[in-house]
Design a protein around this ligand. Structure first.
Ligand SMILES: Cc1cc2nc3c(=O)[nH]c(=O)nc-3n(C[C@H](O)[C@H](O)[C@H](O)COP(=O)(O)OP(=O)(O)OC[C@H]3O[C@@H](n4cnc5c(N)ncnc54)[C@H](O)[C@@H]3O)c2cc1C
Length: 280
């Protein structure tokens, strides 16, 4: 439980942090440390240098930006969960944040850190996928805006380059839509055995469109696109048949706690419940 030796830098500007990343191939950014430090203690990660983002001002905020809400990468899960701006205009991310880990984790862990970590059972990935969020990364080449649907490449793997730092996440305002995040918690770790983020637009008594992001079920969070198209035009409440397709085409994972067969069943149940709650 003792990490390998590493150097530590705590720059005070984003530019200094980017310089350090460019100069050291084996450097890693440190945010809340709630995923990176345990991995280092287990020697699953052995970066030669940590570049701590904690002293850089201006990376922690939640503010309106035209038809979107912009959230700084160093914003903690607790700040996301408690944000009045998000709860009023785009509550899905806040609903997911409120279900992450425990109070200590939510007070230290950050939005940018969680997305960069790309844990297959993390909560934010389902929400950013359902929201069609944008993930903003900075490097010395400038700013890159990565759609959430193109961000996750695999288990613990993203579209981020080594010289890039996530600075902001942008989510659309969803006033007038139904949103919810339903999670079946792993009893020991608190991570999602299955987590389902739903966004529905209604037209009268029918579903006009639905966006569903799912985590915990496979090596990578995904949009349940096959099911989304089945939901279009369906009467509110007729969700059970569509929810049966929540894991269509997905390579479902199994582990000692939940077999692949169990997870494949569970995701249909949690998805139906999430659709019903969002449509209300
Ligand atoms: C006991 C426990 C329970 C937990 N339960 C849950 C849970 O239920 N649901 C859940 O989703 N998560 C859970 N987590 C994980 C938690 O949410 C972490 O906070 C999160 O995964 C990582 O965020 P961090 O800010 O701590 O990042 P760090 O640990 O500091 O970094 C994680 C990775 O992201 C990189 N990184 C960090 N910030 C940036 C950035 N801005 N740009 C580029 N790369 C960056 C780092 O280099 C590192 O590779 C749990 C963690 C613990 C310890």
């Amino acid at each position: 439980m003792i990490p390998a030796n590493f150097n530590y830098e705590s720059p005070s500007t984003l530019n200094e942090a980017l310089n350090l990343l460019s100069a050291h191939d084996d450097a890693k950014v440190l945010a809340g440390g709630h995923s990176l430090l345990p991995a280092m203690k287990l020697r699953l990660a052995q970066p030669a240098m940590l570049v701590d983002l904690g002293r850089i001002s201006g990376l922690s905020y939640i503010r309106e930006a035209a038809d979107k809400i912009a959230i700084g990468a160093m914003t903690t899960h607790a700040e996301v969960a408690g944000s009045k701006d998000l709860l009023d205009s785009s509550p899905l991310l806040a609903l997911a944040a409120a279900q992450i880990g425990d109070t200590q984790v939510r007070n230290r862990g950050t939005l940018g850190g969680s997305l960069a970590q790309a844990h297959p059972a993390a909560d934010y990935p389902a929400a950013v996928l359902a929201l069609d969020a944008e993930i903003v990364a900075h490097s010395h080449s400038g700013e890159r805006v990565i759609p959430a649907t193109k961000f996750f490449n695999g288990m613990f793997s993203t579209a981020l380059r080594n010289d890039e730092i996530i600075t902001e996440v942008r989510v659309p305002k969803t006033r007038g839509e139904g949103v919810t995040y339903k999670k079946f918690h792993h009893p020991a770790s608190g991570y999602a055995v299955v987590g389902v983020a739903v966004r529905v637009k209604k037209s009268g008594n029918k579903i006009e469109s639905a966006a569903v992001g799912i985590t915990g079920v496979s090596e990578i969070a995904y949009r349940a696109s096959a099911m989304e198209s089945k939901l279009r035009g369906k009467p509110i409440g007729a969700f059970a048949d569509a929810a049966e397709h929540a894991a269509d085409g997905i390579d479902v994972i199994g582990d000692v706690y939940a077999s692949a067969e169990y997870r494949r069943h569970l995701v249909t149940v949690i998805t139906r419940r999430a659709l019903e709650a969002a449509a209300k």
